[in-house]
Design a protein around this ligand. Structure first.
Ligand code: AKG
Length: 359
């Protein structure tokens, strides 16, 4: 007997033309997209190669901008990042082809309950309300030398020979994101005043997650959300969005949009980095809306520490005026919490801290 979930696959080729939206996708009024286009968020563009040049003026300028953004909402852009545009384009093209495949092909990599990797659409999740209007493919990346082919092997094992080329592109893309996030960690270390190598070292050998988000058009975009409001539980997110637009961030009690820029990566602090900075830098609520014409794609690299790393702030960031805000934890415990005990939303980390306390 097919389960309820498998008989209700999210078939975008059908759903994108429907005017009667299945009720599972309709969000409550207070969470629906804004009726008018929201104001644009002022996110500072950080010139990463200027920062890495170590020119004192460039370093001072970049750290000042990052510090201000991370104390307020945790979002900034990196430009002049050194990532090959051709690789970014190949990743977008590969995604386009992958998500256009028949559902049976994509479901070869089906994400199972309690797992965080694989192909997922709304109806392959464990939830039955406030479903996101999207399909995703998530996979693990490790910067450890002995796992240097982990992404490519995943594609081959789950999706077969046809996807080897795309697997290679995703492997290369993750390696580039891992390098980029270590450079951003230098920037965050400098702006927090703990030096450029502290967080870089902490995340060497990172065990991260890559997610490809594909948002088909929806005939009633005002009723649905592509990604519901949440803070990232991970450490740092590096997002590349195509030119369609849809990313929104909740700042000063209203939603703001982040204008797409193909030359830039959108970077945001997640809950784990908030803990590593002893609450000085904050993660922030964000979501993605969809439209009725154009599919939208985004590539999100979620930097996570290696599993045995204890998440706790450096002693320089703990003092009488700013005592320890969060308990020690390891990333796999928080990941398990989000997979098995709690649906990520605006209160994930708060709920995790109280769950840890009761354990
Ligand atoms: O697609 C986007 O712009 C946001 C995606 C996101 O927030 C996520 O994947 O967690």
């Amino acid at each position: 007997m097919p389960t309820k979930e498998s008989s209700l696959s999210f078939d975008a080729s059908i759903l994108q033309h429907r005017f009667n939206i299945p009720p599972q996708f309709i969000w409550p009024d207070e969470e629906k997209p804004c009726p008018e286009p929201p104001p644009i968020l002022d996110v500072p563009p950080i010139d990463l190669s200027a920062f890495l040049s170590k020119d004192p003026n460039c370093v001072a300028n970049a750290t000042k901008l990052v510090d201000k953004a991370c104390r307020k909402h945790g979002f900034f852009l990196v430009v002049n990042h050194g990532i090959d545009m051709k690789l970014i384009e190949e990743a977008h093209m590969g995604m386009e082809l992958f998500f256009k495949k028949p559902i049976e092909e994509k479901e070869k990599a089906l994400r199972r309950p309690g797992e965080h990797c694989g192909y997922a659409s709304s109806f392959t999740s464990r939830f039955s309300e406030k479903l996101p209007w999207k399909e995703t493919l998530s996979f693990r990346y490790s910067a450890e030398e002995q796992l240097s082919n982990i992404v490519q092997s995943y594609f081959l094992d789950k999706l077969g020979e046809d996807n080897v080329g795309f697997g290679r592109v995703c492997q290369e893309y993750c390696e580039a994101m891992s390098r980029l996030s270590l450079n951003v960690m230098e920037l965050l270390g400098m702006s927090l005043g703990v030096g450029s190598s502290y967080y870089r070292k902490f995340f060497e050998g990172n065990d991260s997650i890559m997610r490809l988000n594909y948002y088909p058009p929806c005939q009633k975009p005002d009723l649905v959300l592509g990604t519901g409001p949440h803070c990232d539980p991970t450490s740092l997110t590096i997002l590349h969005q195509d030119d369609v637009g849809g990313l929104e961030v909740y700042v000063d009690e209203k939603w703001h949009s982040i204008t797409p820029d193909p030359q830039a990566f959108v970077v945001n602090v997640g809950d784990t980095f908030m803990a590593l900075s002893n609450g000085i830098y904050k993660g922030c609520l964000h979501r993605a809306v969809v439209n009725n014409k154009t599919p939208r794609k985004s590539l999100a690299f979620f930097l996570c520490p290696k599993s045995d790393k204890i998440v706790k702030p450096p002693k320089e960031l703990v003092c009488d005026e700013n005592s320890r805000t969060y308990p020690d934890f390891t990333w796999p415990t928080l990941l398990e919490f989000t997979q098995k005990h709690y649906r990520s939303d605006m209160k994930t980390f708060e709920a995790f801290v109280s769950w840890l306390g009761n354990k």
